[in-house]
Design a protein around this ligand. Structure first.
Ligand code: CA
Length: 233
């Protein structure tokens, strides 16, 4: 069986080697890049299963790189876990908005990072094996191709936005708290802050455009997917 390949983007050699050592010990294949330019090239050529991306990089910084990777057709489905410094909290929100899947704050324990990697990979695997398509109020959600279609047009979402939409749409009309959304859309582990759910929902609505009303805010509680039965009558 081919090994799961992880691209580590980190300019500090010591940290990069520490990561390589720990990842290889867990059975992963590691590809390293010490700068953004090389990272882009390797992300395209090596087609890794996941990218660990340090935000502090020379020349092209991590966020810029994240933006590019999440926009390019070839790389936009590769999950990204960001490595951030404590002082970069604002960057975390930006990164998540750009489509990064999770983050770990430096200094981190390799064990924690390994857990996050496993969780993200498992989430992706579950998503692709669930395999079905549902259409609600004209919005089609394809969980095999990660595609969302509305009015004949594809709406391109990040992994997390897609997960939230897919999760809410399982039970139209049912209200979910931010905690439940985190648990449901992220499966195991609450690695992100409450407000990140709001950030993602905001971005999701913006992308949905005319279908934005399908994600309803329930004040004081959370969010729900529009229920056709109750309000279209
Ligand atoms: Ca760095």
């Amino acid at each position: 069986m081919p090994k799961t390949k992880i691209l580590v983007v980190e300019d500090e050699k010591e940290i990069s080697e520490l990561l390589q050592y720990n990842l290889e010990k867990e059975g992963y294949q590691v590809v390293q890049a010490y700068d953004g330019q090389t990272a882009l090239k390797k992300a395209e050529q090596e087609n890794p299963h996941l990218i660990v991306l340090d935000l502090m990089l020379p020349e092209i910084d991590g966020l810029e790189l994240c933006r590019y990777l999440k926009q390019a057709e070839k790389t936009r489905r590769i999950p990204i876990i960001m490595l951030t410094a404590k002082s970069e909290e604002a960057d975390v929100i930006v990164g998540l908005k750009l489509g990064a899947d999770d983050y770990v704050t430096k200094p981190f324990s390799p064990k924690i990072l390994l857990e996050r990697i496993k969780t993200v990979l498992r989430r992706i695997a579950e998503k692709s094996s669930a395999g079905k398509m549902r259409t609600l109020s004209g919005l089609t959600i394809d969980t095999v191709k990660y595609k969302v279609i509305y009015g004949g047009k594809e709406i391109v979402l990040t992994n997390i936005e897609f997960s939230i939409l897919e999760f809410l749409s399982r039970h139209p009309g049912r209200v979910y708290s931010r905690d439940q959304i985190m648990d449901g859309a992220w499966k195991e582990g609450k690695f992100i802050v409450d407000r990140a759910v709001d950030v993602h929902v905001l971005a999701l609505r913006k992308k949905l455009g005319k279908a934005a009303h399908l994600i309803e805010t329930v004040r004081g509680i959370g969010y729900r997917f529009h229920d056709v039965e109750s309000s279209d009558a």
